[in-house]
Design a protein around this ligand. Structure first.
Ligand SMILES: *[C@@H]1O[C@H](CO)[C@@H](O)[C@H](O)[C@H]1NC(C)=O
Ligand SMILES: *[C@@H]1O[C@H](CO)[C@@H](O)[C@H](O)[C@H]1NC(C)=O
Ligand SMILES: *[C@@H]1O[C@H](CO)[C@@H](O)[C@H](O)[C@H]1NC(C)=O
Ligand SMILES: *[C@@H]1O[C@H](CO)[C@@H](O)[C@H](O)[C@H]1NC(C)=O
Ligand SMILES: *[C@@H]1O[C@H](CO)[C@@H](O)[C@H](O)[C@H]1NC(C)=O
Ligand SMILES: *[C@@H]1O[C@H](CO)[C@@H](O)[C@H](O)[C@H]1NC(C)=O
Length: 468
């Protein structure tokens, strides 16, 4: 009796160990070929959550927005950015055609500024900006240009985002800055937050470097000065979340999301590369130092505000943040080479953690510091997939074409620009119809939409209060 039970138990343990070893994603992080092959598996897994290529589905977006699916509009932009980087680092062009089609589709002709009326209810400057940053990246890495010559170039798309946002800069509250939301009817319109302003800074900095038009650099300076001046960027380089117009932006929500820090350190490093100014070098170094200390305890990334030691309370959006950080840091290492010795070991140890959370079929977890898949699949598996894919891809930065850095109009970038893109006689996005009973019935739904869009949920979590 006893003997056979022990034997049975042993067998069970052995097979469990066997399954475990077998079902983990195997990758040798010292081998570019092994990294590429693992990345390909994770990319295919990411793709399985996207259905916009199917007949009758909307190109460019992950299923959503809630309750129609888990993902908000901006995450589509984030995914294309991740896949553009995936191509850049691996040269696997499997997803290129759908990437081009999606970006052009969601840019929404004729304005081509990523403000489609479908998504007005969740149109934040940050949401628009994530699409803009994907377009800017496409230009910087010489992603294949849209085949139809009538379609806008990637630089023109980023310029359209920049131009529409520069027009929204507003000095009557808090002495400047961008509001979080675009339509004044959206909850959160009274929130002037970091992400809206640092995404704008990021795009402005990259346009300055790409086009050598000094106007963009001046805007990047202005966005930094305001965000720092209002107290969202602290002298110790902690990056806080935002404040409200009715309090002159002094009611600062001190929650620290990695997405804010990632977008900002990337923008600062680009400004350093473009200006070579000691001030931007100091900012890059300071932000990097604080970022690594805060978000990479023991060398593995942790989304601190919601990934707690005993539980994870991150929402779908936040489940995608780690990838933005890895991608940003890889670019910082290239455009500010003095940071490279600091960044590379961290990217590597954190990716090791990421990979240890993945199964052989490329399903990856959110927690990267336990050595195992966490089974966290109900809050946006696409975010986990994007993050692991970004971590793997960016380890391939030791390649000549990557070392060259983001291209510019003078160093081989071929994307078409249009300095006047996006501005002119277009209607500003806002719900145009008067409020009806039907609208009131769906008001709760709209609230969820708005709060669920990117930072709304961040704010909720961080301070326990909503924006409405
Ligand atoms: C807007 O929604 C309609 C209806 O679902 C869809 O046909 C169209 O493709 C969408 N446009 C964009 C830009 O998402
Ligand atoms: C530089 O950018 C500004 C801001 O968009 C624009 O008004 C100006 O025309 C640009 N200059 C050139 C030479 O393209
Ligand atoms: C609002 O804050 C800014 C600094 O961010 C300050 O310059 C301005 O004087 C303040 N305005 C009021 C009315 O307190
Ligand atoms: C950050 O700066 C402090 C003080 O200069 C230094 O001791 C620490 O090693 C730095 N951390 C990183 C990650 O560079
Ligand atoms: C700017 O970036 C390039 C890579 O694109 C790099 O070679 C160069 O050293 C950087 N410049 C500075 C001042 O760090
Ligand atoms: C790049 O430079 C060429 C030649 O000066 C110019 O015609 C073109 O508009 C520039 N493109 C961008 C995106 O600035």
């Amino acid at each position: 009796m006893m003997g056979s039970l022990t034997a049975a138990l042993l067998l069970l343990l052995l097979s469990a160990a066997g399954i475990n070893a077998q079902t983990k994603l195997q990758v040798n992080l010292d081998s570019p070929d092994s990294i590429k092959s693992a990345a390909k598996t994770v990319a295919a897994n990411l793709w399985s959550y996207y259905d916009g290529y199917k007949p009758g589905r909307t190109p460019g977006i992950l299923p959503g927005p809630p309750p129609g699916g888990d993902y908000y509009w901006w995450q589509g932009g984030a995914m294309w950015g991740t896949l553009i980087d995936y191509w850049h680092y691996t040269r696997d062009s499997t997803y290129n055609d759908e990437t081009i089609r999606s970006i052009i589709f969601q840019a929404d002709a004729p304005r081509n500024a990523f403000m489609p009326s479908n998504w007005t209810a969740s149109l934040g400057n940050d949401d628009q900006g994530f699409w803009g940053m994907a377009a800017m990246l496409a230009a910087e890495v010489n992603f294949p240009n849209p085949p139809n010559p009538k379609d806008p170039g990637y630089v023109a798309l980023a310029q359209a985002v920049f131009n529409t946002q520069a027009e929204r800069w507003e000095t009557s509250f808090c002495n400047g800055g961008l509001r979080w939301q675009v339509p004044h009817t959206n909850g959160g319109y009274n929130y002037k937050n970091t992400v809206a302003n640092v995404v704008f800074l990021n795009i402005a900095a990259r346009l300055a470097r790409y086009t050598k038009n000094e106007t963009y650099a001046q805007w990047a300076e202005k966005a930094w000065d305001w965000t720092e001046g209002v107290g969202y960027i602290k002298p110790d380089y902690n990056v806080f979340d935002g404040g409200h117009t009715e309090h002159n932006c002094t009611d600062i929500n001190e929650v620290q999301w990695s997405a804010n820090a990632a977008v900002l350190v990337h923008g600062a490093a680009i400004m350093y590369n473009y200006t070579r100014a000691p001030k931007w070098r100091d900012r890059t170094a300071g932000l990097l130092n604080r970022t690594i200390e805060h978000f990479f305890p023991e060398g593995i990334m942790v989304e601190r505000p919601c990934e707690l030691p005993d539980r994870v309370q991150c929402n779908v959006d936040q489940h995608s943040f780690k990838g933005y950080m890895h991608r940003a840091l890889a670019t910082v290492a290239v455009v500010a080479p003095f940071t490279r010795p600091t960044i590379m070991p961290v990217l590597k140890s954190s990716t090791k953690g990421a990979v240890s959370s993945c199964l052989a079929d490329g399903t990856c977890g959110f927690r990267w510091n336990t050595g195992n898949y966490d089974g966290d699949k109900n809050r946006g598996p696409a975010g986990q997939q994007m993050s692991a894919l970004a971590a793997l891809s960016t380890l391939l930065l030791d390649q000549e074409h990557v070392e060259l850095g983001p291209l510019t109009n003078e160093t081989g970038g071929t994307s078409k620009g249009d300095a006047a893109a996006g501005i002119g006689d277009y209607k500003e996005a806002s719900p145009m119809r008067p409020v009806t009973v039907g609208d009131k019935v769906s008001a709760a739904f709209v609230t969820i939409l708005v709060l669920g869009s990117f930072v709304g949920s961040l704010v909720w979590l961080g301070a326990g209060w909503g924006e409405k």
